[in-house]
Write a protein that binds this ligand. Structure first.
Ligand SMILES: Cc1cc2nc3c(=O)[nH]c(=O)nc-3n(C[C@H](O)[C@H](O)[C@H](O)COP(=O)(O)OP(=O)(O)OC[C@H]3O[C@@H](n4cnc5c(N)ncnc54)[C@H](O)[C@@H]3O)c2cc1C
Length: 388
């Protein structure tokens, strides 16, 4: 990990990552995020192939994802990293046979990477129906135009596919105006304008880019799941992704607490270990309580998703608010107990804090998820009256 952070060119894949990927595949630690049960399948892959994962439920995947959350590189080493996991699920559930062969197979094999381009600099993108970039049908073609940003993964040297959300039919009802289009990274008209820093972190080699699309002509078969289906696909895509992020954040918070306790028991100030100064024992206890609460909360949401229970929608929004906020607080406490060192890159805490903070925005800001939770809660007190 240190090598990754100190590498001169951050936009290259370290050979160690490929070595770890080979080990993960061999050991059956590959594509663990792929849910079990019969899926629509991909031609050329058979049950038992490592590319199809171990067929775990979300509850079974949770402790593994938690372990992955302790490191910057493990999710990629196990082919379980965002945004590829969400894109693979989109292709798995909504892709045509041709799209699966061209894009899903190499993604499942970890040979290529992908990005998801929904958010736009010019419009409030927490409302997915706002997107202005276009995906216009013209005879046998779909033509893509617009500008996206915070497109995670576009900096990766192996990023070959973009799932792009664009406006197709402004006359249709609000939830059927947009389409998802599979855009090859090397299609003429696609340009990464710049890579963004998230509070000073590039998150290389995947990074987060601002990408322009100028008259990108593609065959209409590049549309995923049919024109006008983007909103439904985005909802389906973000559900599992949100749970996975929360599972990994539990691991990140555990790591932070572990570092905090190690530091606080080993370092001495005013004649006492830091753990025994002021209210530090209480802070450590509160962190333990908060992590354990969040873990159970996430497991409950994962179980509801596994059961395909209607309550899963509210539960996922609940954990999407609770977990990043919990992780941010725990990491912040760990930074404080580390003193100045906590803000340096000698410890992974500054990066961890930024990751937790970012997840209060990515996949929908806290407020939008609180809105979902409140709407479901209030719906019990008068049908239709509180749906806004
Ligand atoms: C590290 C990172 C990675 C990301 N990766 C991706 C990616 O791969 N692909 C992608 O498409 N996007 C990605 N995003 C973008 C992210 O999903 C958006 O930033 C998010 O959805 C919010 O959209 P916005 O930035 O346009 O904020 P806006 O929609 O402008 O919202 C701004 C603020 O308004 C407030 N607000 C909005 N709605 C409500 C409401 N209903 N009630 C109360 N207050 C509200 C909130 O405080 C919100 O933060 C990423 C973002 C980050 C930070």
């Amino acid at each position: 990990m240190r090598e990754l952070l100190s590498h001169q060119d951050p936009w290259v894949v370290l050979p160690q990552i490929e070595e770890l990927k080979a080990i993960a595949k061999r050991e059956g630690l590959w594509n663990l995020f792929l849910p079990g049960g019969p899926g629509p399948g991909v031609d050329g892959l058979r049950e038992g192939d490592p590319e199809l994962g171990a067929g775990l439920s979300n509850v079974e995947y949770a402790p593994l994802a938690e372990r992955m959350g302790r490191s910057l590189i493990t999710a990629e080493a196990c082919n379980c990293n965002a945004p590829d996991t969400g894109n693979m699920e989109v292709l798995w559930h909504f892709g045509s046979d041709e799209q699966k062969q061209r894009w899903l197979k190499p993604l499942l094999a970890g040979e290529i990477r992908s990005a998801f381009c929904m958010t736009e600099p010019e419009v409030a993108s927490s409302d997915a129906t706002n997107m202005q970039a276009t995906a216009v049908l013209d005879g046998e073609e779909v033509i893509v135009n617009g500008r996206k940003w915070w497109s995670t993964g576009v900096g990766h040297p192996n990023c070959e596919a973009i799932v792009f959300m664009g406006l197709t039919d402004p006359e249709a009802d609000r939830y059927h105006q947009h389409s998802m289009v599979l855009v090859p990274m090397d299609a003429p008209g696609v340009k990464v304008e710049r890579m963004l820093e998230a509070m000073g972190f590039l998150d290389a080699p995947g990074g987060h880019g601002e990408v322009s699309f100028t008259d990108v002509h593609l065959p209409k078969e590049a549309i995923v799941g049919g024109a006008g289906q983007a909103f439904a696909i985005a909802q389906a895509r973000l559900g599992p992704g949100r749970i996975h992020h929360c599972m990994r954040l539990i691991g990140l918070a555990e790591l932070a607490l572990e570092l905090a306790c190690t530091r606080a028991t080993e370092r001495v100030a005013f004649g006492k270990p830091i753990a025994n100064l002021g209210g530090n024992r209480e802070r450590i206890a509160d962190a333990r309580i908060a992590i354990d609460q969040a873990r159970l909360h996430v497991l409950h949401a994962a179980w509801l998703v596994d059961q395909k229970a209607p309550e899963a929608i509210g539960a996922v929004s609940q954990i999407k608010v609770a977990t990043p906020n919990m992780a941010q607080k725990v990491v912040d406490m760990a930074i404080q107990l580390h003193g100045g060192g906590g803000l340096s890159n000698d410890f992974p805490l500054a990066g961890a804090w930024t990751a937790a903070r970012a997840l209060r925005l990515a996949d929908g800001p806290d407020e939008v998820h609180r809105g979902v939770v409140a709407r479901l809660e209030l719906a019990r007190y008068g049908k239709g009256k509180w749906s806004g």
